[in-house]
Design a protein around this ligand. Structure first.
Ligand code: ZN
Length: 131
């Protein structure tokens, strides 16, 4: 299997713009894009756009925020108990759900890839929490 990594995405990952869990793996070549917390793996289908790379890296970042408080946890729902997660719920007037984990990962992804796609509220939240 040939693995290719887009230079911008690689740069994003390696320059430390997004805090990622220790021991993170990236696999390319499957048929789906996801982050698997138990194995700390970003899995990407081939030839994905930068926003998808960033979105999955932002799920890994959610995990990193959890690990800062509980180094053994693989439960992404605990993101909602982190100060950042609490802030996102408040700023977006939402209750914890899988959809909110997705929303936050998209706000994070667009913040790094194309901030012009964010609402003013999303941009303000991202500037406060994602730096
Ligand atoms: Zn997602």
């Amino acid at each position: 299997m040939k693995i290719s990594i887009g230079l911008p995405a690689l740069a994003l990952l390696l320059t430390g713009c997004i805090a990622l869990p220790p021991g993170l793996h990236v696999t390319v070549g499957g048929d789906a894009n996801y982050y698997d917390a138990p194995t700390r793996t970003i899995a990407l289908a081939p030839d994905q756009p930068m926003a998808i790379w960033a979105h999955e890296a932002c799920h890994a970042r959610q995990h990193e925020k959890i690990l800062e408080r509980d180094p053994a946890s693989d439960n992404l729902w605990l993101y909602f108990q982190t100060p950042e997660g609490v802030s996102f719920l408040s700023a977006s007037s939402q209750v914890p759900s899988g959809a909110v984990l997705e929303d936050e990962a998209w706000v994070c992804a667009w913040y790094y890839v194309d901030p012009s796609r964010l609402t003013s509220g999303g941009l303000a939240w991202a500037q406060e929490w994602l730096r």
